[in-house]
Ligand binder design. Structure first.
Ligand code: MN
Length: 749
């Protein structure tokens, strides 16, 4: 289930944040302790490079400032000649974004990234160049922002919202990416007025669906409220105007009552001996509008437009203040909430209560300590105040993810929750883009083929070629997070069985299988032959020159009536081409060299070098611990010390068993069987064969027991010695498709 705040529909968003709006849409009045209250307004004045630097100087070091100046000069150069819709030079936008980030007291790389957040998209700069000039951290943030920029949110699709969230998780290893994006959106919203009405509405809607919840999750309350106001203002300009006028008028009317409460509260501090301050607060227009809409109220019926926030020094004082307030005014039943004992998912703490004020109107009080107040207003930004190391940012990101998950936990059943956790914390999925910027979520290591099938069966079934990030690529290549994939189709193109060796998604696999099974026999035969020939390229095998007895042997093994049906098996994907070729090769080899005598090798028994044969029951490999068995007329056989034969017989005929050591291996090869538990035999075959080859060993036997539930590969591996064998097993264990590797005694070959 999609977390409430990321659910796409506007009504859902409104509904889900209603609670928080009612409780949290608060802001300090400009002059503390005085009325009238004011609606939250944005920082006045236009940010300039000079004002930005001044702002940064208030909390950053001299060398940080130099870095920021350099980024400014670079961005200024890059955007030279570009003009915003408002007619201002483009650079005013990045400066404003960087200034917002500086107001949030973010670090130098973040401010730099704010200044340069559009250079990758709008100018010819590359990420590598940025990294060279400004370091990897800054370059990574800019790159992350550019990738987020490519997202389009079609807000009525739940799936899209879910992908969006995961996309964030996957791409935002660094939460600063999101903070830059948030500042970017905030400034764009502030300057939206110059756009056409439809565009204003569209962007406002997107902001409400995506960025408002984001700000909320991060706990950046001031941005959360400002964005909400801007959304209403741009989505319903007329309604906003009317509401705003009403609000100003109402302020005047309620002033006496509010002033009385303010004075009563201050007096209460003195009597109860509590040190604290009290702030008036006012619901935003957005908050009022939402409440009117949901509860079908008129403006005059919305009572809790005004409220108060009491800030005290200790936790105990919070509860004492609550007690004192409840003595002073009658509390409204059921409206008390203890968010100190049970903090909100985004870390918010405080006591909330509604009391009946002097004129009989309900008034809400929020009681917090200074620290709680900081967290409530600044959220995640608070952590930058006592900024630590780079690693801390990772921790913060993690905490943020955790809060997302907590939120999810409250709103969905546990198995879905677990699934989502898994997906989030162990990201085994990647997120790629369509050319139009839609997100497609795929399993790790997916290919453009998976991508195509994810979008539409027809697209997958007619892939002719593909481009990844604008470059022509093989459809079987592995995609990376953030890749943009473009599929070109042709009506004559069609899936081939070898695709099954590459695809990762269940959907693609099923679709390819279905297509191949639907082929008529002749086509399957043709494709199967092509596949075998194609796979044989680079080997000594010549498909059309194979002797009949080989074909017959394979047909017999597979219980097929004809060579054509054999091809058809391969063409329809029922038989794995690579395996088939392997089998053919093995049969050919057998034909060339008739079964050898058991290999003989020198071992040392009781200090004497003796010629001995390798036992076939336990497949000893040079370097294994061994013992030998001597039987009249049969010579000496070498067994592994752990061989069950050796151990069983050993107890009865102790005299005939001797421990032994290996003499030189005489450049011999040794074969040993092993079992591999795999996740998917088709995929594993490719990787396993490649890996064994990379280790300089070779596979001399391969068997795939047909057990869908426990896919397994049985290998007979040829190595020079035990050290190489261990290397092979280690490498195999590291493959994602391989779950377990075990050396066996008995061979089934
Ligand atoms: Mn921008």
């Amino acid at each position: 289930m999609v977390p409430k705040h990321l659910r796409a529909g506007a009504t859902d968003i409104v509904a889900s944040i209603r609670q928080s709006v009612l409780k949290e849409t608060a802001h300090p009045a400009t002059n503390e302790d005085t009325l009238p209250l004011v609606t939250p307004t944005r920082k006045a004045g236009i940010a300039t490079a000079a004002s930005l630097i001044e702002l940064c100087q208030s909390y950053l070091s001299h060398s940080d400032i130099e870095q920021i100046r350099a980024a400014y000069r670079y961005a200024d150069d890059a955007h030279l000649g570009q003009i915003r819709k408002s007619g201002e030079p483009y650079i005013t936008h990045p400066i404003a974004v960087a200034s917002i980030l500086a107001e949030w007291h973010l670090d130098a790389p973040t401010i730099q990234a704010g200044l340069m957040h559009d250079v990758l998209e709008d100018t010819g700069t590359s990420k590598i160049e940025l990294a060279k000039l400004f370091g990897m951290t800054t370059a990574d943030i800019v790159d992350g922002v550019s990738k987020l920029d490519k997202l389009k949110f079609s807000s009525n699709e739940l799936a899209q919202a879910e992908s969006f969230k995961k996309m964030l998780l996957a791409m935002s290893k660094d939460i600063r990416v999101i903070l830059v994006k948030l500042a970017d959106r905030l400034h764009n919203m502030r300057t939206l007025g110059v756009m056409r009405p439809e565009k204003r509405r569209r962007i406002a809607k997107e902001t409400l669906d995506v960025y408002v919840p984001m700000a909320h999750h991060l706990g950046i309350n001031h941005a959360f409220r400002e964005l909400q106001e801007l959304c209403l203002q741009n989505y319903h300009p007329r309604r906003y105007e009317v509401l705003h006028r009403e609000l100003i008028a109402a302020r005047k009317n309620r002033k006496p009552a509010l002033e009385k409460i303010l004075n009563d509260t201050k007096r209460m501090f003195a009597t109860a001996n509590i040190r604290g301050r009290v702030l008036g607060r006012e619901k935003t227009c957005y908050g009022i509008y939402t409440q009117m809409k949901i509860k079908k109220l008129s403006f005059s019926e919305v009572f809790d437009i005004y409220g108060f926030r009491v800030i005290v020094s200790t936790r105990e004082d919070c509860y004492r203040t609550l007690g004192a307030l409840h003595m002073m005014y009658k509390p409204v039943n059921g409206r008390f909430k203890d968010f100190i004992a049970i903090p909100k998912s985004n870390g918010y703490q405080g006591l909330h209560t509604t009391v009946i004020g002097p004129q009989g109107t309900p008034v809400e009080f929020q009681i917090r300590t200074e620290k709680m107040n900081d967290i409530a207003e600044q959220g995640i930004l608070v952590h930058w105040l006592n900024r630590g190391q780079e690693s801390e940012i990772q921790t913060l990101t993690h905490a943020w993810l955790q809060s997302l998950l907590d939120l999810q936990q409250r709103s969905s059943n546990s198995s879905e929750f677990y699934e989502n956790i898994k997906a989030d914390l162990f990201p085994d999925r990647i997120y790629v883009f369509t050319p139009k910027g839609k997100i497609v979520s795929l399993p790790q290591d997916s290919t453009p083929i998976d991508f195509a099938y994810q979008i539409h069966t027809d697209l997958g079934n007619h892939i002719r070629s593909c481009r990844v990030n604008g470059k022509v690529q093989e459809p079987t290549m592995r995609l990376q997070n953030g890749d943009m994939v473009e599929i070109n189709t042709s009506s004559t193109a069609h899936p081939t069985p070898d695709w099954l060796d590459y695809v990762k998604s269940g959907k693609a696999r099923a679709e390819i299988r279905q297509y191949l099974r639907g082929l008529d026999f002749d086509t399957a035969v043709r494709i199967g032959r092509e596949q075998l020939e194609m796979h044989a390229i680079g080997t000594d095998l010549k498909i059309d020159e194979l002797p009949d007895e080989i074909w017959n042997a394979v047909m017999r093994e597979m219980q097929l009536p004809s060579r054509a049906s054999l091809f058809a098996e391969a063409g329809s994907g029922r038989a794995n081409t690579a395996m088939l070729l392997h089998r053919i090769q093995a049969l050919l080899d057998d034909q060339k060299e008739p079964v050898e005598e058991a290999q003989s090798v020198h071992v040392i028994v009781n200090g004497t070098k003796t010629r001995a044969q390798l036992a076939r029951c336990c497949h000893p490999v040079w370097g294994d611990e061994i013992c030998v068995y001597e039987r009249a007329g049969h010579g000496v056989t070498i067994h592994r010390a752990t061989c069950s034969h050796a151990q069983r017989s050993g107890t009865n005929n102790a005299d005939q068993w001797e421990t032994a050591q290996w003499a030189d291996n005489g450049n011999l090869h040794f074969t040993t069987p092993m079992d591999l538990k795999v996740t998917n035999d088709r995929v594993a075959i490719l990787e396993v064969t490649r890996t064994v080859a990379q280790e300089g060993a070779s596979i001399v036997g391969l068997n795939i027991p047909d057990d869908r539930n426990n896919p397994e590969l049985q290998l007979l591996v040829q190595v020079d010695n035990r050290i190489q064998l261990m290397r092979v097993m280690r490498a195999l264990k590291q493959l994602k498709t391989v779950k377990a590797v075990n050396r066996r005694f008995e061979s089934s070959f």
